[in-house]
Design a binder for this molecule. Structure first.
Ligand SMILES: Nc1ncnc2c1ncn2[C@@H]1O[C@H](COP(=O)(O)OP(=O)(O)OP(=O)(O)O)[C@@H](O)[C@H]1O
Ligand SMILES: [Zn+2]
Length: 663
């Protein structure tokens, strides 16, 4: 028997065995495909677990990993066979399929979760993809930074040999820019072959498929400091098209291929790796989630047991772990904690979603510690992007349309890539004009709608923005923030907290800071591991912030009373703060008070939380009767006994606060 015959017989036997496996393991999935009455669908994914296939036939699973081009079609063939068989059975059972739409294409999708294909050699990071992964079934993790438009490509054409009438199909070479190349000689399998090179296209035989190109980049969080995040183009087809968008975190299993770089005069073409996607998993919901072990939970409960009588002392102990290398700046550390913890997102009476994520801006002279806070806050978040107002990619802060290989693609900016996390923006005022308009929607509605070059989409930016900027020249306390920062009023009003760090001459302060810095350097060798009074280190702070975010604190009556009275007080006062006293300020107060309740490990917002929120808002106005005269957060320091000193008699009706020591 000829070798070809043998090979065909072997293939048939393999397809039959796979058909039994698919039928026995996935008959429910087939049934739901056959009963799916969505007439717009042409391609139906059948997701199978690689681990189950390995249990059924380890040898075939190994071949599928190393030569997916050859063996994936076996699974599609087997799936088609089972689908047709089950259709016959269903027709007997149901009489007729009311919504019988042609289920021409069932695509087998391979889910590698829980299988050896999750190991590094089969799931390399994007930067570690090498030639030895070529044409193999590999899995890559990353964030979608670019997404192209949805197109249709001619995926199959049939031709007939003019000499021996043998008909055959040809497919485009994705690697050669989807060009369809005809074979040099007639591919007929008859023993001698006719050797003709003249073929005729069979009219009406073209099969088109939906096609989309995206680009994914490895998650900067997983890289060492200084390493450049690598990216790779990915081809999506059929039901995978438009299943993900820029900013999404994805895990993609596919065949590693390569495509020729675009022809550029006098530039040598080379092969750029490309992944032909077989299966896409979006991991967005896990974006900012980390699991907290039970013993850590116990540790936090025990901590607050210890500070039950002096809760503010407990809180300040936690705050001292924020940016420990920076001395003092109590208001800044409190504001950073509240900004990272955030409030509870809710829908208001009019059905509008009110964001839970606060935004914070530091306006300060050079050398006042702004960048240190940005970097520390980024390390405290599970998902963060650090950039400057100009943005670290051509997409800037929001999103832009770029031409890639002649094609228009949407490129995600920092706010989209930081979706679900924190976006730290240094030199905030250096933002481009384009971003200055789109950032308003991104920060308030937490979406960015874009319609460019035929690409129309809405991207999500549930991102906390932490900005830093120097004042324009010498800070003038008599001028508004807008004048001092060249940031528009509407943009400033999106920030829940705006703190001013003025490096005013203050000899006492300079003395304290300099001795602290010297002491810090001197203490490098001092053993700080004495558990009882050692500040919380960064990992513990991260776990704490993640843990308390689960609380959904509700406002108590007295908290509501304090907030609404303060709000009315502000509305009545003739100061220029009245301009900032909008409903947006009310939402900020609620957000920050909820964040403070979470910081205090509580599920209800008490008067104390409302006051802490007011302290942060008041610190945001450059002159305030509650905080020190110039509203200079640089000189706000931790008090010795916050609980005793926090004496507050809110005589709100007499329209003023009696001095509130810094609680
Ligand atoms: N209160 C402080 N305690 C200890 N160190 C401080 C304090 N304020 C500033 N520093 C030190 O001053 C240096 C400058 O800090 P940083 O670079 O964050 O300033 P910056 O405000 O970002 O300056 P620029 O606006 O120029 O970027 C850092 O090494 C920081 O540790
Ligand atoms: Zn021929």
């Amino acid at each position: 028997m000829s070798e070809k015959k043998e090979e065909e017989e072997e293939e048939d036997a393999q397809v039959n065995a796979l058909a039994c496996f698919l039928h026995d393991t996935y008959s429910d999935s087939f049934r739901s495909i056959l009963l799916d009455d969505d007439p717009s669908k042409l391609h139906f994914p059948l997701v199978i677990e690689f681990a189950e296939l390995m249990d059924f036939d380890p040898k075939f699973a190994g071949k599928l990993y190393s030569s997916p081009d050859k063996y994936l079609p076996f699974l599609d063939k087997a799936a088609k066979w089972v689908k047709d068989k089950m259709l016959e059975k269903l027709l007997e059972e149901l009489g007729d399929l009311k919504h019988a739409v042609p289920r021409k294409y069932v695509r087998v999708r391979i889910d590698v979760s829980g299988s050896p294909l999750e190991f590094p050699e089969a799931s390399p990071s994007i930067g570690k993809v090498r030639v030895n992964h070529m044409r193999k079934l590999i899995t890559l993790k990353g964030t979608v930074i670019r997404s192209g438009g949805v197109k249709m490509i001619e995926y199959e054409r049939d031709y007939m040999c003019r000499k021996c009438q043998h008909s055959f199909s040809v497919c485009p070479e994705l690697e050669a820019g989807n060009r369809i190349n005809l074979p040099a000689l007639c591919p007929s399998k008859s023993s001698r072959g006719c050797g003709s090179a003249s073929f005729q296209f069979i009219e009406g035989s073209t099969v088109c498929r939906d096609y989309q190109e995206i680009k994914i980049q490895e998650n900067v969080q997983l890289l060492g400091v200084g390493s450049i995040p690598r990216s790779i183009p990915v081809v999506l087809m059929d039901d995978l098209v438009d299943s993900i968008k820029a900013g999404d975190d994805v895990i993609i299993t596919g065949i590693l291929s390569a495509k020729w770089s675009p022809d550029i005069k006098d530039v040598r073409s080379n092969l750029d790796p490309m992944l032909l996607a077989n299966y896409v998993r979006s991991t967005n919901e896990l974006k900012s989630d980390i699991d907290i072990p039970a013993e850590t939970e116990e540790e936090f409960k025990h901590f607050w047991e210890k500070y039950r009588l002096t809760p503010l002392k407990g809180r300040n102990f936690i705050l001292e772990g924020i940016c420990p290398q920076i001395f003092g700046l109590f208001t800044v550390k409190l504001s950073v904690a509240l900004t990272l913890i955030g409030g509870v997102q809710h829908v208001d009476a009019s059905g509008t979603k009110v964001r839970g994520e606060p935004h914070m801006l530091l306006v300060g002279d050079p050398g006042t510690g702004k960048s240190q806070f940005l970097k520390f806050a980024a390390k405290l978040s599970n998902r963060s992007v650090i950039t400057t107002g100009l943005g670290s990619t051509s997409a800037g802060l929001t999103v832009t349309a770029v031409k890639d290989g002649g094609e228009w693609m949407l490129e995600a900016g920092a706010l989209v890539l930081a979706d679900g996390g924190l976006c730290c923006i240094d030199e905030f005022d250096s933002m481009r004009e384009h971003d200055r308009t789109t950032i308003h929607e991104a920060m308030e509605q937490q979406t960015i709608s874009i319609a460019k070059a035929g690409l129309v989409t809405t991207l999500s930016t549930r991102t906390t923005v932490f900005g830093a900027t120097n004042p324009k020249g010498q800070y003038d306390p008599d001028e508004s923030l807008s004048v001092n920062t060249t940031l528009s009023g509407p943009l400033l009003s999106r920030f829940d907290i705006v703190l001013v760090l003025l490096d005013t001459q203050n000899t006492d302060w300079d003395k304290i800071v300099s001795s602290h810095i010297l002491e810090e350097n001197f203490d490098e060798k001092k053993d700080k591991t004495n558990a009882s009074d050692a500040k919380w280190m960064l990992p513990k702070l991260r776990r704490y912030i993640n843990y308390v975010k689960r609380f959904k604190p509700v406002l108590t009556k007295e908290a509501e009373r304090v907030i609404s009275s303060y709000y009315q007080l502000q509305r009545k006062s003739g100061t220029h703060n009245a301009a900032r006293t909008t409903v947006r300020m009310l939402e900020s107060l609620i957000r920050l008070a909820q964040a403070h309740a979470r910081l205090m490990f509580r599920n209800e917002v008490k008067q104390l939380d409302a006051i802490a929120a007011i302290l942060c808002i008041e610190s945001s106005t450059t002159t305030s009767p509650i905080v020190d005269t110039v509203g200079n957060a640089l000189h706000s320091n931790f008090t010795e006994n916050p609980d005793e000193e926090c004496i507050l008699t809110c005589d709100l009706d007499s329209s003023h606060f009696i001095k509130c020591m810094s609680c």
